[in-house]
Design a protein around this ligand. Structure first.
Ligand SMILES: Cc1cc2nc3c(=O)[nH]c(=O)nc-3n(C[C@H](O)[C@H](O)[C@H](O)COP(=O)(O)OP(=O)(O)OC[C@H]3O[C@@H](n4cnc5c(N)ncnc54)[C@H](O)[C@@H]3O)c2cc1C
Ligand code: SF4
Length: 330
């Protein structure tokens, strides 16, 4: 049986106190919300915080405020189950509800949160193993070792971004509120991630996600599609989120944002795919050319489930499916 190592659990009264604890403890401390990523990682010694700061009980980090016409604000403590069932999300931002629905399993969704999902660790076949397994290969660059087994000549880690909600937030151009002892700042979701399997978050370690702003959605349409081995429970090995705005009273696409995750160390926007749509109507031909452009723009890595060249060809299929799905919502 895998056991948790010893650590100190801190239960702050509010987010500001949590930020003060993080500042005081430095790199020895980590936040926990639902714990569905952190606790298993600690059991496998992939993460070894000396202090864990709990957020789950903080009501100020929960809830949905605003309106679709003016934009919604989501608390990071909303559970995946709450996101997948929220009527305002289901009706106006279906990609958010669909991504939340696709994550893990019903019991994990009652614990897992939006904030934890946006910060969830990157994955790799050489890293998501027990301590003993990793020890047998002398560990790897991401934790305790000095070699990347995916690219032994490389000085960086290529572990893959595996969050399902981050691509949706990129496609929606959501804004993320961050709180530290030094104050508050707001960044675009696209500024939250680095293309680096170790330093995958551009958010500083002492910053807490305190809110996520979704934009006003006046008539805009969204969709989400995910590729995984098992439909019932699995991390993404490719996911696609789409947000389209049509010109008023016409069918011409004015703005398109197509985000792709699960294939590189960060979720990214495919500009060539978006450019293939802007100024055109959504037809089988424009969908096909956007999907093809997305495939050319994607380079999956060989360090997660299923063959990477097959996953690259699936980018075209999954972008096409996401666009076909969104075309039914116009
Ligand atoms: C079997 C299994 C299947 C899974 N399948 C999927 C899947 O298909 N797709 C997917 O995306 N994920 C999946 N997950 C991962 C995880 O369950 C989800 O990503 C979940 O949403 C994480 O939320 P949490 O609150 O439990 O995170 P936690 O484990 O509490 O935290 C995760 C990370 O986020 C940080 N964090 C948490 N809250 C905040 C905050 N407010 N501010 C700053 N940092 C914060 C923590 O410090 C930690 O680094 C799976 C996990 C398991 C065990
Ligand atoms: S990509 Fe390389 S360094 Fe990163 S987790 Fe995998 S083997 Fe380790």
């Amino acid at each position: 049986m895998l056991r948790l190592p010893e650590f100190t659990y801190r239960r702050p009264q509010n987010a500001r106190e949590a930020a003060t604890i993080l500042a005081g403890e430095g790199p020895a401390a980590m936040l926990v919300a639902g714990g569905t990523d952190l606790w298993p990682k600690m059991k496998r010694r992939q993460m070894e915080p000396r202090v864990v700061v709990g957020l789950r009980h903080l009501a100020e980090l929960r809830g949905v405020t605003g309106s679709p016409g003016a934009g919604l604000t989501l608390g990071p403590n909303l559970t995946l189950r709450e996101l997948e069932r929220h009527p305002l999300l289901l009706e106006n931002y279906p990609a958010v509800a669909e991504a939340a629905r696709s994550i893990s399993s019903p019991p994990l969704k009652t614990m897992g949160t939006l904030g934890g999902n946006l910060c969830v660790d990157t994955r790799c076949s050489y890293y998501d193993q027990t301590h003993e397994w990793r020890q047998s290969i002398h560990f790897c660059l991401k934790k305790d070792g000095d070699t990347c087994w995916v690219a032994p000549g490389s000085r960086r880690c290529w572990a893959v971004s595996s969050t399902d909600l981050a691509p949706v937030m990129l496609a929606l151009n959501a804004r993320i509120h961050l709180l530290s002892k030094d104050g508050e700042r707001t960044i675009a979701a696209g500024q939250m991630y680095n293309n680096d399997g170790i330093a995958y978050l551009a958010k500083r370690p002492n910053e807490i996600v305190t809110a996520v702003d979704l934009p006003a959605i006046n008539g805009d349409v969204t969709s989400f599609q995910k590729l995984r081995r098992r439909g019932s429970i699995d991390f993404p090995i490719l996911n696609v989120a789409v947000w389209l705005r049509l010109a008023k009273g016409r069918k011409t696409i004015e703005v398109a944002r197509i985000a792709i995750g699960g294939i590189t160390s960060f979720p990214f926007l495919s500009l060539p795919a978006a450019n293939a749509l802007i100024g055109s109507e959504l037809t089988p031909e424009t969908i096909a050319s956007a999907a093809h452009a997305a495939r050319l723009d994607s380079r999956p890595l060989d360090n997660t489930d299923l063959d990477f060249s097959w996953r690259r060809s699936m980018v075209e299929v999954w972008v096409r499916r996401a666009l076909e799905q969104v075309s039914h919502r116009i």
